[in-house]
Design a protein around this ligand. Structure first.
Ligand code: R5P
Length: 323
């Protein structure tokens, strides 16, 4: 972080979703950790209190709406409301992981578009801006009627694999929806890309239909925005091995890791799964096959640039993600 930045007026607060990431972000920004009390009343209602003066301050609230998503979402909304009523001059919701993002369209009759509802809730609570990272679909930015800065963790994840210097690498998306992401990784890593054509049979089960592209005799890097039950990645890894792939690695931004993901990964032929710390992984769910990389410096840099009214797009423009 450049020393020329002025962080006097900057306050960073957090709910309970990802305290480790919050601490790391504050350390990178060289600001004290903002003081909040986020608890529950005996009947289960969420209660927050901001325990410092934030009148006229530029406030950033760091909260991933990860498991348990409803509690973490409620904490976020109430913190925004508390900050507004405490006369913050500007409030930015920092969402390293934006849950409910997969419910972004009416893909069946009479279903809601919950991602839009959640975006409305964030806005109505009083947020002036949003800082998000690797949204499930770029179009979700448009669900918010306030400015959204959208970061990508591609430099962090691809940098790890660049250092590995894997020979004969092919980047693979485990479903056609991830084509743009795979293309970006392939470009950054100077590798070709291939597509796994999957069909989702239920919330927990997927089936691989076809593999489009050459993977035989190649090392594979599967890339995805999130891993939930692990079905998509593990099925893809199995199909790729069957097609003659060598080692299969995976780079995934958001480690949702709902059951039975850990068991599936443990028993899979994935060599290594690399994720970011946008969602914390509890100690008892950490396994040697999963490597966690921090996005704290990326988020801290973006926060400082927003605070100083500098360009944020230059943080990811270099890698050609939007190409
Ligand atoms: C799909 O559109 C997403 O990018 C992920 O591939 C999917 O949601 C992962 O879910 P699971 O791990 O349960 O297969």
């Amino acid at each position: 972080m450049s020393k020329s930045h002025n962080n006097n007026n900057l306050v960073v607060l957090a709910g309970n979703s990802n305290l480790q990431l919050f601490k790391e972000i504050c350390a990178h920004l060289n600001v004290p950790e903002g003081k909040t009390l986020v608890t529950k009343f005996p009947e289960g209602e969420t209660h927050v209190q901001i325990q410092q003066n934030i009148r006229g301050r530029d406030v950033f609230i760091v909260q991933s709406t990860c498991t348990p998503p409803n509690d973490h979402l409620m904490e976020l909304l109430i913190l925004i409301d508390a900050a507004r009523r405490a006369s913050a001059s500007r409030i930015t919701a920092v969402l390293p992981f934006f849950g409910y993002a997969r419910q972004d369209r009416k893909d069946k009759p009479r279903v809601p578009i919950t991602a839009k509802l959640v975006a409305n809730l964030v806005t109505v609570s009083g947020a002036d801006r949003v800082l998000a990272m690797d949204l499930h679909a770029g179009q979700i930015q448009g669900f918010f009627d306030i400015p959204v800065d959208h970061l990508y963790s591609i430099n962090v994840l691809s940098g790890y694999f660049r250092k590995k210097k894997l020979k004969n690498l092919v980047v693979v998306t485990p479903d056609v929806g991830g084509l743009k992401m795979a293309r970006a990784y392939a470009k950054v890593l100077g590798a070709p890309f291939a597509i796994v054509d999957k069909r989702r049979e239920s919330d927990r089960k997927t089936q691989v239909m076809n593999i489009v592209g050459e993977v035989k005799g190649q090392n594979v890097l599967l890339v995805d925005d999130l891993i939930s039950t692990g079905g998509s990645l593990v099925e893809a890894a199995q199909a790729l091995k069957k097609e003659g792939a060598l080692d299969v690695y995976a780079a995934v931004v958001h480690a949702v890791l709902a059951d039975p993901a850990i068991e599936r990964i443990k028993n899979s032929n994935l060599k290594e799964l690399v994720v970011t710390n946008s969602i914390p992984i509890p100690k008892k769910r950490q396994i040697s096959k999963i490597k966690v990389l921090s996005v704290a410096s990326l988020l801290a840099e973006a926060i400082m640039r927003i605070h100083s009214n500098e360009s944020v797009s230059s943080l990811f423009a270099r890698v050609g993600v939007e190409a």
